[in-house]
Design a protein around this ligand. Structure first.
Ligand code: F6R
Length: 592
């Protein structure tokens, strides 16, 4: 989940550093850059723990450079320190690498090929660069990379430079994203299109098991057999204004505020008049399926719980939901004729990719992601777009909402009675606008809870599913421990933890559960808990702290989710947390 970038052309250092800022969402433990110094006619390497801004301060910039590669790290092998940060250099100092991915057999490679080498870091990446050096005594650089690729097991996208050559960046890719852009000014390689914005307006997404190089403006792309690959470049449709914070202090807040736009965008993409528009073949596969297995992680899993409800209620389907990281190792019976529905904002979550690789060919796979060019989409039989626009804050907000809505559209596509959906979604967008006006109340709730060592979110049914996401969001960005409980379960154990310092936040948006959830809340209040109710207009009682506008019952998770996302945001703000880049996290989880 690290980010890599390389540039050949004028102002290479600035482009690589700016690109690293844009890649920081992929990991932000440490950062580094290698660049050609024309004065000394050699490569200089700078590394720093912490953020790209810390790295920037360490760079000597008394020369112009036309070739640089950079890296921003999320540590997997080896702790966070300068030695383990990238770029890494081979033993004889000829090759320098930046790598994203994980080499699974790095210990065996050390033993089988590199017995005489000594290693200064604990990273698997240092093994790659030395393996290439090892082969370079017999083969050309490109053939050495190819030889190495036949030995490396795991995932990788890497850029390599050769100290004997000041105009070439070599690269290789398997399962980790790598894109290339070329124009009159120069050539860029990066893990993400974000770093192309303002640099180059075309891109080609490099396929797995591809290697090659850029030498000046010459691009060579090869498969593992040495055959030439002809790239088809596409136009980039991201604009600078799509990826800046505008007038907001944090991306997380900006992205929560973008939700009404996302809902309207989904309506325009998935409806023609009042009819749902989806590929006929996809709807057929869904209709004919005997069971749906929803597979996801984290926030996407929480959206999947609501999706499960929709497929059962509207699609009349048998559905089970699984954490991708569990399903990979579960030895369960999968019903013949089942389909898999993969939910993932990034489309790059390795746990999900592993599940697809396990079941591909045996069952049809549908992916729902926010990245058209993602690995999940490429591996699936069908893919649907979340159309949420770029989400830069590490915590998912608008993509969670979009996952709920796209699941609903899909479930409704196999239901005869779906003509009201578009209308209800339009109402929803208006209701979300109104929830956003209640941000000051969410900020007041945050002031009540930010000092608590832990708290409970409770609810039943759909409200419980949102409580799970509310708790995840709160932990993630504010580091306040929160546990979600079905409200009736509180008395079966966790009530032992409740005292006058424990906030219990009840989510109530349905008639069926209104009275009983309030009874459970009362049980907590009797034990002196600080109780807070978030409800909707129809079900509100006098002392409810936050009352949300009404929407049709099955869409209440959306308005509720906006409220709990805002509560998490303001709690993190009270605590002065680094909201967009929470501790130890990364936006794209490409480790299993
Ligand atoms: C939480 C969050 C994570 C992701 C999880 C799965 O805000 O973003 O819990 O939901 O890592 O990621 P995707 O959806 O990219 O598969």
């Amino acid at each position: 989940m690290c980010g890599i970038i390389g540039y050949i052309g004028p102002k290479a250092r600035n482009i690589v550093i700016d690109g690293l800022y844009k890649l920081e969402y992929r990991g932000y433990d440490s950062a580094g850059i290698a660049e050609y110094n024309p004065n000394t006619k050699s490569y200089e390497i700078f590394k720093e723990t912490g953020r790209v801004k810390d790295l920037k301060k360490t760079i000597k910039d008394n020369y112009e450079t036309t070739l640089a590669i950079g890296h921003t790290r999320w540590a997997t092998h080896g702790e966070v320190n300068k030695v383990n940060s990238h770029p890494h250099i081979s033993s004889n100092k000829r090759f320098i690498i930046v790598h994203n991915g994980i080499i699974e057999n790095y210990k065996r490679i050390k033993y089988e090929y590199l017995k005489n080498y000594s290693f200064y870091s604990k990273t698997d990446s240092e093994v790659i660069v030395n393996l290439i050096e090892y082969f370079s005594s017999t083969y050309s650089v490109i053939d050495s990379i190819r030889k190495a690729m036949t030995i490396l097991e795991g995932t990788y996208a890497f850029l390599i430079i050769d100290a004997l050559d000041n105009e070439t960046i070599y690269f290789a890719k398997k399962q980790s994203p790598l894109l290339i852009g070329l124009d009159d000014k120069g050539a860029i390689l990066s893990s993400d299109l974000l770093s192309f914005v303002g640099v180059c307006d075309n891109y080609y997404s490099i396929s797995d098991n591809t290697l090659g190089y850029i030498k000046g403006k010459e691009l060579k792309l090869l498969d593992l057999l040495g055959n030439d690959i002809k790239p088809k470049f596409k136009k980039i449709n991201i604009k600078e204004e799509d990826i800046n914070k505008g007038s907001f202090n944090h991306y997380m807040l900006k992205e929560i505020y973008e939700t009404p736009y996302v809902i309207r965008n989904l309506i325009s993409k998935y409806f023609d008049n009042d009819d749902i528009v989806l590929q006929d073949e996809l709807v057929k596969v869904l209709k004919e399926s005997s069971k749906i297995y929803i597979v996801a992680s984290g926030t996407s899993y929480n959206a999947g719980l609501i999706g499960k409800y929709y497929f059962e209620k509207f699609g009349h389907k048998e559905v089970s939901i699984h954490f991708a990281s569990e399903l990979m190792y579960d030895d369960i019976y999968i019903k013949p004729g089942s389909i898999f529905l993969m939910l993932s904002q990034s489309g790059e979550t390795l746990d999900s990719i592993n599940v697809i690789n396990r079941y591909k060919g045996l069952f049809k796979i549908i992916s729902i992601t926010n990245q058209e060019e993602s690995s999940l989409n490429r591996l699936s039989d069908f893919s649907l777009n979340l159309y949420a626009g770029r989400e830069i804050a590490v915590a998912s907000t608008k993509t969670y909402i979009s996952e709920i809505i796209v699941s609903l559209i899909l479930a409704m596509s196999i239901c005869d009675n779906n003509k009201e959906l578009k209308h209800e979604l339009s109402n929803l967008a208006v209701a979300v606008d109104k929830v956003l006006l209640k941000a000051p109340i969410c900020s007041e709730i945050a002031k009540e809870i930010y000092n608590s060592p832990y708290l409970f979110y409770i609810g039943r049914g759909l409200d419980y599913y949102v409580a799970l996401e509310a708790s995840l969001k709160l932990k993630e960005v504010s580091y306040v421990f929160s546990q979600a409980y079905p409200s009736g379960e509180l008395k079966h154990g966790p009530i032992a933890l409740i005292d006058d310092k424990t906030p219990v936040i009840a989510l109530i948006t349905s008639e069926a559960t209104n009275a009983i959830t309030r009874v459970n809340l009362k049980e907590a209040k009797t034990r002196n808990a600080k109780t807070i109710v978030v409800s909707t207009e129809t079900f509100a009682h006098d002392n409810d702290v936050l009352v949300l506008p009404n929407v049709v019952g099955y869409l209440s998770p959306v308005t509720l989710a906006i409220a709990v996302q805002l509560i998490a945001y303001y709690t993190a703000k009270e605590k002065n947390c680094d909201i967009d880049k929470p501790k130890n996290l990364a936006k794209c989880v490409t480790v299993a």
